[in-house]
Each structure stands twice: as structure tokens, then as C-alpha cells.
Ligand binder design. Structure first.
Ligand SMILES: Cc1ncc(COP(=O)(O)O)c(C=O)c1O
Length: 414
């Protein structure tokens, strides 16, 4: 049966009415009239974040250095890590929140190259995110032995590339452009059969789709906090290392906050056991205070419910955009199969970059990737099915009227 706009509107209302965790949206700021699809870049702001920022400044003014002993500033990387752990299928004491994703990629990748010291090949996706590739290319220059990076395009190629010389496979769980999700368990299994270690960047999946660090036997997982996990603009990232692997080598970035006894002020580095050795310097207390707000909200919900909500929203988005905008030249390029998608849905549209600019004037924020891809990051904590229907109607209007051809939309931002 062909659906029309009225059917979709009714379906959106019904899906929202039957959503068991629609209350999660009440925790996040929703500026009137705007619909944001940029959680794959900067996630929504928790309502508690303003008070948390003000409180931090009060503590700064009133406590100064006593904050280190009278507040949990030092413990925050581990406390926040425990909150995020269920979202990636990890246990308590297995994740820390710290630094940027780039820094954590370096720490995890460098650890793997030390643990697999007798091997010289790294396998990665040709289309991996630039910073992931740059970290590996840096290893090529920096390492004590000649390294070779093998670039692959598909999961099958990655599995086939695993041989006895591979020290490290470094992959994005979900492609930042394509939105394609790889099977972590399959790739980990193939790598482990040959003694290789695997590092996953879950920036485009954490907080949206199932990740099972333990079940998939992942070695290393890192990811951005500021996207779907709402740690705030430029907020801290996270790192997981398989507990029995963490102690096999020193991290490449040893620092006093990863020492086994930070208050001993010893001149000799002794790594902390487990994940805490991957903390290097002083925690970013300001950023962590904001990051804590969303982490506390996540703690109130079952990850499976958040994933189910994201699935429902993204499937409804695909149905709606294909029905309303397919005849206007829109083509969804993200996989149909839910198990192969991540946080965002990518599609092609005529005049894609200008369309994204025109959408901003229509109060819909998404993102453009050259040459013709539009990405809608589907936040399960801030969007409703009615928002999705409304935004696709605004998109349809822009395509139908060719409003995007207005010269004011020619200057495209990325
Ligand atoms: C997959 C992926 N990894 C890493 C990053 C960024 O890393 P960092 O926060 O260190 O800049 C991004 C940014 O969008 C990304 O998409």
C-alpha cells in the first residue's frame, strides 16, 4: 500500500505515543522550532548542564586547590567511564573518560604495537576518518621498526588481510561518510585467529546502536563523547581496553595520572593496573563537569531501550524520506539492513550542499559531506518521530520549490 503524507503523520504520532522511553527527551534542551540532526557532530545539551557549569565556577572560586581533595575531580575519568561502559557492553572499571579520540587512538594503537612488537603490518579502512589514519601514519614515522599500512575497503577485505604479520587492525565501527556498520565480532575473531589486535573507533555508533565490548571480544575501543553521548562541544572522549590485555604493555603515553600511586610523586613510572594506566595527565575538570550531566541521564535508562528508540527513529526516517522525497531525486545511501547502520543515515540529493544550507534557514540542522552526501545524525535522546516527519516535510518543500538554487545557498559550509 502506498503511504501518503497524512498516513506518515499519523504513524509518527502513534510511534511517539507508544514509545516507552519518550521521557528521555525531557532531559535535553530543545530550542523552539529547531530540529537538530547533527548529533553525529555535537549532541544535544542536557538541561542540567547550565547549573553544572555555574556550580563548577562557584567551586573554582570557593575551593581552589581544595577541590582536588573535597570533590571527585581526580576520580571523574573512572566515574564517568563506569556510566558510559554499559553503552558499549563493557563492565565497571573497564572504561575511562579522558582526552580526545585522537589521543586515545594513539594510546590504544601504540599499546597494541608494543604488545605485538614482533609484527609490522597495520590494517585499516581507506575511508577511515582522517584522524584515525593520521595517527597510524604517525606511527609509521615514529615507531622503532618499519611499519606497513594496508588500506582495505570492505569488511571482507579486512578479514582476508589478517595474517601472522598484522600487529593491529584499526577500524571505524561505522563509516563517518557511508554510515556502514562493520561486524566487530567477526573482524575480532579473524584477527585473533592470527594473533592480531583490533582497535575500534565507535564515534558514530556509541549511544545509538548495540556495541558489545565483552561479547565481541574487542581489544580496544575509543570514541567521541561529544557526539551522541552529549559530553558537550569538544567534550572528553573515552577508551576501553580488554582487561586481560591492558597489563601486557605500558601505554605509549605514560603520565602521572596513570601511575599506580599518583600521590607517591615517584620519579619512576609504575603503570596502574588495568584501564587507569591509560589516563595520562590531569583530568579536564571543566569538561568533565558538563560531561557528567548526560552520563547521569544515561544511567537512568537501559541501553537496549535507547538502541531500540534509535532504531525506530532511523527506520521511520528512511521510510518517510523515501516516500516524500524519493520522487524528488533523493536516494538513501546508508544500508537498508539495520545491523549494518550506525547513528546517522546518509542520502544523496540534488544540490546536496546548498540543500543543507537551505535547511538551516528552515530550522533543520544536518551536515554535508562532499561530493553529494547529506547526513542526518539521529539522536535517540532528543528527536521524536513527529520531529522526523516535520523535518522531511521541510526538506521536501526545499526540493520541490528548488529553493536551494537561491544564490545565497551557494556558499556551502562543511
Ligand atoms: C570517527 C571519528 N573519529 C574521531 C573524530 C574526531 O576526533 P577528535 O575528537 O580527537 O578530534 C571524529 C570527528 O568527527 C570522527 O568522526
Amino acid at each position: 500500500m502506498m503511504l501518503d503524507n497524512a498516513d506518515l503523520a499519523q504513524q509518527a504520532r502513534a510511534l511517539d505515543a507508544n514509545d516507552p522511553i519518550s521521557s528521555i527527551c525531557d532531559h535535553f534542551e530543545q530550542p523552539e522550532g529547531w530540529i537538530f540532526f547533527d548529533a553525529n557532530s555535537v549532541g544535544p545539551a542536557p538541561k542540567t548542564a547550565r547549573a553544572a557549569a555555574a556550580n563548577l565556577i562557584d567551586e573554582w572560586v570557593d575551593l581552589r586547590r581544595r577541590g582536588w581533595s573535597e570533590r571527585d575531580w581526580v576520580d571523574m575519568p573512572a566515574l564517568l567511564g563506569d556510566r558510559i561502559a554499559p553503552m558499549i557492553g563493557a563492565g565497571s572499571g573497564e572504561v575511562v573518560v579522558c582526552d580526545s579520540t585522537t589521543v586515545n587512538l594513539f594510546k590504544a594503537g601504540g599499546h597494541a604495537l608494543t604488545a605485538n612488537r614482533d609484527r609490522t603490518t597495520i590494517v585499516t579502512q581507506a575511508e577511515n576518518f582522517p584522524t584515525d589514519l593520521h595517527v597510524l601514519q604517525g606511527f609509521e614515522k615514529f615507531c622503532d621498526r618499519p611499519l606497513t599500512i594496508r588500506y582495505v575497503d570492505t569488511e571482507d577485505e579486512a578479514v582476508a588481510a589478517m595474517d601472522e604479520d598484522v600487529a593491529l587492525g584499526s577500524f571505524s565501527h561505522v563509516g563517518y561518510k557511508s554510515g556502514i556498520r562493520w561486524d566487530m565480532e567477526r573482524v575480532n575473531g579473524a584477527a585473533h585467529d592470527r594473533g592480531a589486535l583490533v582497535l575500534w573507533d565507535v564515534s558514530h555508533s556509541a549511544g545509538t546502536v548495540p556495541i558489545d565490548a565483552r561479547g565481541s571480544k574487542a581489544d580496544y575501543i575509543v570514541g567521541c563523547g561529544y557526539k551522541y553521548l552529549s559530553t558537550g562541544p569538544g567534550g572528553p572522549a573515552f577508551i576501553y581496553v580488554r582487561p586481560d590485555l591492558a597489563d601486557r604493555a605500558w601505554p605509549p603515553m605514560c603520565g602521572w595520572m596513570g601511575h599506580s600511586d599518583i600521590y607517591a610523586f615517584s620519579g619512576d613510572y609504575q603503570p596502574h593496573a588495568g584501564i587507569k594506566r591509560f589516563i595520562s595527565g590531569t583530568p579536564m575538570v571543566g569538561a568533565n563537569s558538563i560531561a557528567r550531566c548526560a552520563a547521569e541521564i544515561y544511567g537512568q535508562y537501559r541501553p537496549a531501550d535507547i538502541w531500540a528508540r534509535h532504531r525506530s527513529l532511523s527506520e521511520f526516517f528512511i521510510l518517510t524520506i523515501e516516500t516524500l522525497c524519493g520522487p524528488l531525486g533523493v536516494e538513501v545511501t546508508s544500508p537498508r539492513d539495520y545491523d549494518r547502520r550506525g547513528g546517522h543515515v546518509s542520502f544523496r540529493a540534488p544540490g546536496a550542499g546548498s540543500v543543507v544550507e537551505a535547511l538551516i534557514d528552515a530550522k533543520v540542522v544536518s551536515s554535508f559531506r562532499k561530493p553529494d552526501s547529506i547526513r542526518f545524525g539521529i539522536s535517540p535522546t532528543a528527536l521524536t518521530h513527529v520531529d522526523i516527519h516535520e523535518s522531511v516535510q521541510r526538506l521536501r518543500h526545499i526540493l520541490k520549490t528548488e529553493a536551494w538554487k537561491d544564490p545565497k545557498y551557494a556558499d556551502v559550509s562543511v
